[in-house]
Design a protein around this ligand. Structure first.
Ligand SMILES: [Zn+2]
Length: 314
């Protein structure tokens, strides 16, 4: 059996385990009864352990993106010459630490798998709307365009770690987990990132070894926009609109043109609905939740829960 076949077999085993975990989650969901909040949480937990399709689609996309690199460079050049896309320059005026009112409705948009050819367009929309987001960047894309790290920072957005090679960390040895996480952290630092760097494990997958080895807070999501699956702006918008609540973390990807179109509609809509768009770190800090190393986060308090816990009236 050569390496390719072995990798294939390994992948198949991972996918089978994930499918089994999902079945168990669904069964336990049924057994546990009908309380709505329990059901909701179980579905979300199942979501975290349901990477099969996500893994297949995203892996294929990444391979296609690798192959299409030349095309990307060409597009970048075209864009540089086009007058239509204004460069993001206003950003620096809003960069730096901001005061966030914790009683406001807050939402953290997150963009994974870049930086890529669409990152700048998304930053442009955010900047125009005085909004911020978090970008979980993957090593092979940082290598191609390290200057995009600084571009994200200049827009006041948060740069975060999505590993070197986008592998399922729960399938790796301790040594490999370490290199996937810390090599990429170094890459981000070399490109200008400072302070604590949050991690999102690829596919949202982790196990006890990952939690032990990764001495960083790990951030998954509470709303999956499914942009990776539909690659359709309308359905991405709909998915977010239907599931957004105060305190939620939204999963998106800055590697699809459809996501840019969705963001153009979503950002002004969220603001109109009374949300403030913040980074993941701003969200947790505003709600007084300290991010701990080796912990997985998907949620934060809502404003009303926060006010309860602070003893303020609802
Ligand atoms: Zn990813």
């Amino acid at each position: 059996m050569d390496k390719k076949e072995r990798d294939k077999l390994l992948k198949l085993i991972c996918v089978s385990i994930a499918a089994l975990a999902t079945v168990i989650a669904v069964i336990s969901l049924n057994v546990r009864g009908n309380r709505m909040d329990e059901v909701r949480m179980s579905i979300e937990e199942a979501l975290d352990t349901l990477p099969k399709e996500y893994m297949e689609v995203v892996t294929a996309d990444h391979e296609a993106l690798e192959a299409g690199q030349e095309e990307e460079d060409l597009l970048d050049e075209e864009e540089a010459n086009s007058e239509e896309t204004a460069p993001v320059t206003a950003a620096s005026s809003t960069a730096g630490k901001r005061a966030i009112d914790p009683t406001e409705k807050l939402v953290a948009l997150t963009f994974d798998d870049g930086p890529g050819m669409y990152t700048e367009k998304i930053l442009d929309v955010l900047t125009r709307n005085d909004s911020r987001a978090t970008f979980f960047m993957v090593g092979y894309n940082i290598e191609k365009h390290p200057e995009r790290v600084q571009m994200v920072l200049d827009a006041g957005c948060e740069v975060a770690n999505h590993t070197s090679n986008h592998k399922d960390l729960s399938a790796l040895s301790k040594d490999l987990i370490e290199s996937e996480v810390y090599d990429n952290e170094k890459r981000l630092r070399d490109a200008g990132a400072e302070g604590e760097l949050l991690l999102r494990p690829p596919y949202g997958l982790y196990n006890d070894t990952v939690k032990e080895v990764v001495k960083r807070p790990m951030i998954n999501w509470s709303v999956d926009s499914r942009d990776w699956k539909t690659k359709d702006a309308k359905s991405t918008v709909k998915e977010v609109k239907n599931n957004i609540r105060d305190g939620r973390v939204v999963l998106m990807h800055d590697i699809y043109p459809s996501t840019v179109e969705a963001v153009k509609e979503l950002v002004p809509w969220l603001i109109e609905e009374g949300y403030r768009l913040v980074t993941v770190s701003e969200l947790y800090e505003a709600r007084g939740e300290e991010l701990k190393d080796g912990h997985i986060y998907r949620y934060t308090y809502t404003a009303s829960e926060f006010m309860d816990s602070e003893g303020a009236k609802k």
